[in-house]
Design a protein around this ligand. Sequence first.
Ligand code: AMP
Length: 191
Amino acid sequence: MGQLTSICVYCGSSNLVNPDYLKLADALGQALAAAGIRLVYGGGGVGLMGACARAVHGAGGDVLGIIPRFLLQTERIYDEVPHEIVEDMHTRKQRMFDECDAFIVLPGGIGTLEEAVETLSWRRLGLHAKPMAFLDEDAFWAPFFQLTDHIIEGQFTPENFRDSLVHVHAPEAAIQALSDRVVQVGDERSR
Ligand code: AMP
């Protein structure tokens, strides 16, 4: 796996979603544990976040959860795994970033989108070279890729921006794509 030792997963916190999404989060957790890759995530026990973390832990893998104090109740911290309690959202996002080599974005809501887009914007600015894979089984993220194409067609962002993100449909494919990309960028783990 080269330098791919920890993957940060951004994903939805809602419990109300189609159970297929929770199953995908569970499958990703199992795949991470099988590959010996640590999960870094937002620390909650709800939605896809909880499903993924429980799956990693249940399969004997490593997890680091990072959660702001004010969300401890709302997002029901999953405290059976190592975790950090931080003071605000910015610190959470920075700590998640610092602790990982790459990112997987599962289906999610506004929070997931915000985390993914800010991390991509940091990459666009040359602040880091950590790759990102969007993972779904049902084209959930297709509209986001259409929007990205639209932005590139308008020449607001260069064509090579596509290299920083990939769209995959199975957990193993996500891990493989990120592994390939982390190897390609060599020692560039800088932010
Ligand atoms: P959602 O996709 O809306 O269910 O949110 C997924 C996760 O992203 C939740 O744990 C939110 O607390 C988290 N989140 C939302 N906005 C931010 C942010 N600005 N920085 C860090 N985490 C965030």
